[in-house]
Design a protein around this ligand. Structure first.
Ligand code: PMP
Length: 440
């Protein structure tokens, strides 16, 4: 028996997919408006990619990254670094966002042990809300108390600063949040601080958080001033999701380390990446040193071969421009849904979109978590043939409901019409219940 997360509804058993559609074993069709959590960036039924993957599999089963390389692995590494900000010189391929976050923190640590000759720099500052993964170090820096609570005893110490929230705390501008970071560094002692990890555009932990202009640039300056590494976690917002290969580039910042994941292999195999700056790599390589880290599946040749084809496919079909255009059009259509008294603040960049469900638009009060409103929306949408994603419980009092919409990069205008129609019907369906809740 598989361990499943326990939702109240039965999981549809998918037997086939095509484009943004999934078909179950009972003949139902679902429009997949999120591709997991932004993983299936090219949709489903990828015949050409599957054939290319099978071709790679036919020749070689597995190569250890310390013993062999392949032309695809080399080419993929070159291509990724060429697309990255120009301070980035190397990339390491991993299997998930969480292990890439672990890798990034260890990389920064090894660099600073070499640079300072001490082990003092070890505190990692992160944002609340923020999500960085489920493994030890990654969970320790995840600004979601709900996720951390049970495992608190196992985790490395944590330091959090607020992330900008343009909807509920517009007065706490990017400037104020950047200042909070600097205060935190000074409070903890810069000589003890290793890194600041931040999602350039916050994803799953708050239903999309686009930072105000200037915030990340101020963060970059502060990290430079106190000699701490800036780690940008682009697992969700990067690799084209916001309309550029690198989300940090949208804000004109050059991080020391960048992490990407999710859709890099379009979901066909697990794949993530840790990009490191020239300064970090040269520091570690000085005196013949090497990064003391790796997994069995690090720099996996088949994953790289698939990743390379995915990248080429996105480029060949001009999909980043399509993401930017369709993203604008999607947000425009989603804004029509704010006619519902409990739908507010459609936000996002590219095809990384979300909106809030609130009990009161004037005060921005969320519904009590016990109502499980986001879950209800997802369940009803699924019954109507639409697959969406949510963020819940991200406010300090444990409330907060957002719906996320992250269609594939090749989504068609007709599919966008269909997904907005499913959402509208779902919200209409729920409206009487929600109005009753608002009155009670
Ligand atoms: N960082 C961010 C920003 C994420 O959104 C996620 C996953 N949602 C992770 C890290 C962890 O990735 P994974 O689930 O692949 O370990």
């Amino acid at each position: 028996m598989l361990f499943h997360r326990r939702f109240e509804h039965r999981y549809p058993r998918i037997v086939r997919g095509q484009g943004a559609s999934l078909h179950d074993d009972e003949g139902n069709v679902y429009l997949d408006a999120v591709g997991g959590a932004g993983v299936a960036i090219l949709g489903h039924g990828l015949e050409e990619l599957a054939t290319q993957a099978a071709e790679s599999m036919r020749h070689v089963s597995y190569l250890h990254g310390t013993q062999f390389t392949t032309p695809e692995l080399e080419a993929y590494g070159e291509r990724l670094v060429a697309l990255a900000p120009d301070n980035i010189s190397h990339v390491l391929l991993m299997g998930s966002g969480s292990d890439a976050v672990e890798t990034a923190i260890k990389l920064a640590y090894q660099f600073y042990v070499g640079k300072t000759g001490t082990r003092r720099k070890r505190k990692v500052i992160a944002t609340q809300p923020g999500y960085h993964g489920a493994t030890g170090l990654a969970l320790a820096v995840t600004g979601k108390p709900r996720d951390r609570l049970l495992f608190q005893g196992l985790l490395h110490e944590q330091c959090f600063v607020p992330a900008p929230d343009g909807y509920r705390r517009p007065e706490e501008s990017g400037e104020a949040c950047a200042e909070a970071l600097e205060r935190k560094i000074l409070e903890e002692g810069p000589e003890d601080c290793l890194a600041f990890i931040v999602e350039p555009v916050i994803g799953a932990s708050m239903g999309i958080g686009v930072p105000p202009p200037g915030y990340l640039q101020r963060v970059r300056e502060i990290c430079d001033r106190h000699d701490i590494a800036l780690i940008c976690d682009e697992v969700m917002c990067g690799f084209g999701r916001c309309g550029e290969w690198f989300a940090s580039s949208l804000f004109d910042v050059k991080p020391d380390i960048i992490i990407q994941g999710k859709g890099m292999a379009a979901g066909l195999v697990p794949l993530s990446a840790v990009y490191a700056s020239r300064t970090l790599v040269e520091g570690i390589h000085r005196d013949g040193g090497n990064f003391a880290h790796g997994f069995t599946f690090t720099n996996h040749a088949l994953s790289a071969a698939i990743g390379l084809r995915v990248l080429e496919h996105v480029e060949r079909h001009g999909l980043l421009a399509h993401v930017r255009r369709q993203g604008e059009s999607l947000r425009e259509r989603l804004r029509e849904l704010t006619a519902f008294s409990w739908v507010d603040d459609v936000r996002g960049l590219g095809l990384f979109c979300g909106f809030e469900l609130v009990a009161d638009k004037a005060t921005r009060r969320a519904f009590p978590r016990s109502v499980k409103l986001a879950e209800r929306v997802l369940q009803r949408a699924m019954a109507r043939g639409g697959n969406f994603y949510f963020s819940i419980g991200y406010l300090p009092d444990g409330t907060g409901d957002s719906i996320l919409v992250m269609p594939p990069y090749n989504v068609t205008p007709a599919e966008l019409d269909q997904l907005v129609a499913i959402l509208r019907d779902t919200l209409t369906d729920l409206d009487p219940e929600v109005q009753a809740l608002s009155r009670s």
